[in-house]
Design a protein around this ligand. Sequence first.
Ligand SMILES: Nc1ncnc2c1ncn2[C@@H]1O[C@H](COP(=O)(O)OP(=O)(O)OP(=O)(O)O)[C@@H](O)[C@H]1O
Ligand SMILES: O=C(O)C1=C[C@@H](O)[C@@H](O)[C@H](O)C1
Ligand SMILES: [Mg+2]
Length: 181
Amino acid sequence: MAVALVGLPGAGKSAIGRRLAQRLQLPFVDSDHLIEERIGCSIRDYFEREGEASFRDVEQSVIAELAAAPRGVVATGGGCVLREANRQALRAGFHVLYLRSLPEDLFRRLRHDVKRPLLQVADPLGRLRELHDARDPLYRETAHETVETGRPSISVVVNIIVMQLELAGVVVPPDPGPLTD
Ligand SMILES: Nc1ncnc2c1ncn2[C@@H]1O[C@H](COP(=O)(O)OP(=O)(O)OP(=O)(O)O)[C@@H](O)[C@H]1O
Ligand SMILES: O=C(O)C1=C[C@@H](O)[C@@H](O)[C@H](O)C1
Ligand SMILES: [Mg+2]
């Protein structure tokens, strides 16, 4: 069983993915971290030096490798759905969940963040609104299910995901053992 998380920056792919993997006792992989290992610097520095198109090429090769041997819980980069090849590879290899938060909730979370290159602009909330409008259909197209992550806490979201995965038959609940009463 392999689960991939897609969604906008700050939707919780990394934070929720790590907790979900612990809960399901599965390995956790963050594709942004794999990319940083490969490029040997931070994504922010790479964006500045090489540009976004070059970053997207590295991202596509990492997604292709992960989807060729799907396992565990994978947190993807927020922009990976921009390429059709990534959308298809993720959907074919993983049970994909769209972690959906509204731009206003993301802005509240990320307003002091300096690591996300696409948000280092004069009007980050406006930028998040643009990203939401452009990408919401792509996340929906890629994902098998959507989970709202704007308001509930991380632990509530993890509980909801585990329930959804059990209902969808993607994870099997633990054996309750012999009944005693
Ligand atoms: N449901 C939530 N409730 C409260 N805080 C959250 C929630 N989800 C994420 N956060 C917090 O918001 C911040 C951003 O989350 P996270 O890094 O997991 O986003 P991401 O989706 O991985 O973003 P990116 O695409 O940029 O990697 C973190 O500090 C995280 O702890
Ligand atoms: O939303 C995006 O396009 C990005 C999100 C991050 O996860 C990183 O993959 C990178 O900063 C680009
Ligand atoms: Mg992340």
